[in-house]
Design a protein around this ligand. Structure first.
Ligand SMILES: *Cc1c(COP(=O)(O)O)cnc(C)c1O
Length: 373
């Protein structure tokens, strides 16, 4: 049996919307893009949304429209996909990492205040694996120190904290649509904000710095080509209309995994979900016992056709970050310890009971065998 790590779920609706765009003759900056953006804004309860060609681009523009620049510091988490920190480096802003909570794997809000300096301008919070960070507490600290909040909700569309949707908390918030995310556009991202000037600047930046005068060859700032095409927006619109269905199927798959892990008595831990969080299941991550050898577990699973990935390596220990900032093992011990034992196993809306049982049976065997070597 082959069980992939993830697989997008595409229905006839996506195909219909893409065909509509193809037949309309307007493949960029058309009505599907605007419709998709409106759906994103309303999900995040924000006034404005600007869709772009990736989540990384959306994060980059978030940094730009908040006016962050060289000399500024932004507090963020080392346990994330690297884009949440790279977006700061594009503008020569310094990421300041604080350690994570060992149970939720999110930024440990307890450690926030100690990291604030004169140079701190913002907090970039990530809702890792679809569980929101403690936005009540982070928001309170941001307010107290007059810091902006960038909300990287790339893994958390549809999640909630205290009943409020992910994406609604940041001064600028971001969703992403790579094929392994809860919904996809192939490649894509979107930023949401209530700030009209910031929104207009983002639309200009994504479109070669054009003004909204309508003059196609007037460039009022140095921009980028970060546009999302209407073909991508058409896929996204269909996916967002199906969001609840897709999230429910992901949730059912996660519940089955938890049940099989109990039934088969597999020696793994799971990240804990706060009672205040409503999870949007992005990936299914298990925490291996410290005595197991993750490399060996992955190899044994792979031999049986089961794809896995060691989400996430500590960002501060990536070679590029060590070279830039001189980080070394031991700097952020909780993040380092957990990142050495977390492993994402196959997870997507269409995964079935048989595949999941197969994965869990082999996971149990692999963990046991890797320990006895
Ligand atoms: C997916 C993701 C992004 C954006 O990724 P792209 O591949 O550029 O769309 C950013 N941050 C996090 C935490 C992510 O998981």
């Amino acid at each position: 049996m082959f069980v992939p790590l993830s697989r997008p779920d595409i229905s006839t609706l996506e195909k219909r919307y893409v065909t509509e765009v193809l037949e309309s003759g307007q493949l960029s900056l058309g009505p599907k893009l605007r419709e998709f953006e409106q759906r994103c804004a309303s999900l995040a309860q924000k006034k404005y949304a600007a869709a772009v060609n990736s989540g990384t681009s959306a994060l980059h523009l978030a940094v730009k429209i908040l006016g962050l620049k060289e000399g500024d510091e932004v507090i963020t988490t080392p346990y994330s996909f690297i884009a949440s920190s790279n977006c700061l480096l594009y503008e020569r802003v310094k990421p300041v990492f604080i350690d994570i909570d060992e149970h939720t794997l999110n930024m440990d809000a307890e450690k926030l205040e100690d990291a604030i300096t004169e140079k701190t301008k913002a907090i970039l919070v990530v809702h890792v694996f679809g569980q929101p960070a403690d936005m009540e507490r982070i928001g309170r600290i941001a307010k107290k120190y007059q810091l902006k909040v960038i909300e990287d909700a790339c893994e958390a569309i549809g999640a909630k904290w205290d009943g409020q949707p992910a994406g609604s908390f940041g001064d600028v918030s971001v969703f992403a649509f790579y094929p392994n995310k809860q919904i996809t556009t192939g490649e894509g991202g979107v930023l949401m904000t209530d700030d009209e000037a910031g929104y207009r600047a983002a639309c200009s930046y994504r479109n070669q710095g054009r003004s909204d005068s309508g003059n196609w060859l007037e460039h009022v700032r140095i921009g980028y080509n970060y546009r999302m095409s209407d073909l991508q927006a058409a896929v996204g619109l269909a996916q967002i209309e199906r969001l609840n269905e897709l999230l429910e199927r992901r949730e059912r798959a996660a519940e089955r995994y938890k049940q099989y892990i109990r039934e088969y008595e597999v020696e793994v831990d799971l990240p804990k979900v706060s009672a205040r969080a409503h999870m949007s299941w992005f990936v299914f991550v298990v925490m291996l016992p410290e005595t197991a050898n993750r490399q060996e577990v992955m190899r044994l699973l792979s031999e049986n056709g089961i794809q896995t990935r060691p989400y996430f390596p500590s960002i501060h220990l990536q070679p590029a970050y060590r070279a830039l900032f001189g980080y070394k093992p031991g700097d952020l011990p909780v993040c380092e310890k957990q990142s050495e034992r977390t492993l994402a196993i196959p997870f997507y809306p269409g995964i079935g009971e048989e595949e999941q049982k197969y994965v869990i049976r082999h996971l149990k065997k692999a963990v046991e065998r890797s320990k006895s070597r």
